[in-house]
Design a protein around this ligand. Structure first.
Ligand SMILES: [Zn+2]
Length: 273
């Protein structure tokens, strides 16, 4: 049996698979704030989901990782997990190889392999949820990178809105769910005013314009809760006006795999035997 996981700032999802292709059973719990309790939770959930010996573990965690991909380096939500030896601890608990990645990178990889990105060699996956993240996938693999991908922290307005990362004018600070709530006084899912959505779409189009000119993707896949409310036709209108250097923008496709996307990405990092 193989174990795959997705540790977010709010919830932690763990699933098991026997064939590394489909999930046979899964469980979701609130992410324990305490790292040691988090490790205990892994063991308990694995027992509940089958109890068979685990042959490989692979998953993602929200935030930047060290270059060896063994631990989380920063997180506003689960600060107690920062700088803790997550990979080593899981290897000891399950006595098998463990692979750790950024959670958004695995979701994007999953969408490229099994979801909306199928058939496109270069996929730019952008998630607009509480915050904004993304990843560049090339030929079914997370593209080489030195520090990870952080398209949410590209500057779209000089000296603009403050971002939680400490910067100003970042894309996330205009279209991220928590910022939308702060700016417009309502959660994205309750926002009905088309003028407001037009404004949000315009900011996102600027971000996508920049992503397209730098990443040159065959398709853009958009995931995250805010995308469910955002009018995609407005976004495409703004993008067509903004992106002038290319004759047309690559197809913009909503993500289709939902919460399981990261598991499909995680499967590719499991050992063969
Ligand atoms: Zn930022």
């Amino acid at each position: 049996m193989f174990l795959v996981f997705d540790i977010g700032g709010t919830n932690m999802r763990v699933a098991v698979s026997s064939d590394k292709k489909e999930i046979s059973n899964s469980k979701i719990i609130p992410t324990p704030k305490d790292f040691d309790k988090g490790i205990q939770a892994f063991k308990q959930i694995a027992d509940q989901l089958g109890g068979e010996p685990i042959k490989g573990v692979s998953g993602g965690i929200a935030g930047p990782l060290d270059s060896e991909k063994t631990m989380l380096l920063a997180s506003p939500h689960i600060s107690n997990w920062v700088q803790k030896p997550l990979k080593d601890k899981l290897e000891k608990v399950f006595n098998c190889p463990v692979s750790l990645e950024n959670d958004t990178a695995l979701v994007g990889l999953g969408e490229a392999l099994k979801g909306s990105g199928v058939g496109y060699p270069i996929v730019a996956y952008i998630t607009v949820s509480t915050g904004v993240g993304g990843v560049r996938i090339v030929e079914g693999k997370i593209d080489e990178n030195a520090l990870g991908f952080e398209p949410g922290h590209q500057i779209i307005v000089p000296d603009g809105n403050p971002c939680n990362c400490g910067g100003k004018g970042h894309l996330e600070a205009y279209v991220g769910g928590s910022y939308i709530e702060k700016i417009y006084g309502q959660k994205a899912e309750n926002l009905k005013d088309p003028k407001i959505w037009d404004e949000i779409s315009k900011y996102l189009a600027i971000g996508l314009n920049n992503t397209i000119v730098h990443w040159s993707p065959d398709a853009i896949v958009l995931g995250g809760s805010v995308i469910k409310s955002l009018p995609l036709n407005k976004l495409e209108q703004h993008l067509s006006q903004t992106l002038t250097i290319f004759t047309k923008h690559p197809p913009i496709k909503p993500a289709t795999l939902g919460h399981n996307a990261g598991f499909y990405g995680a499967f590719t990092f499991l050992p063969f035997s």
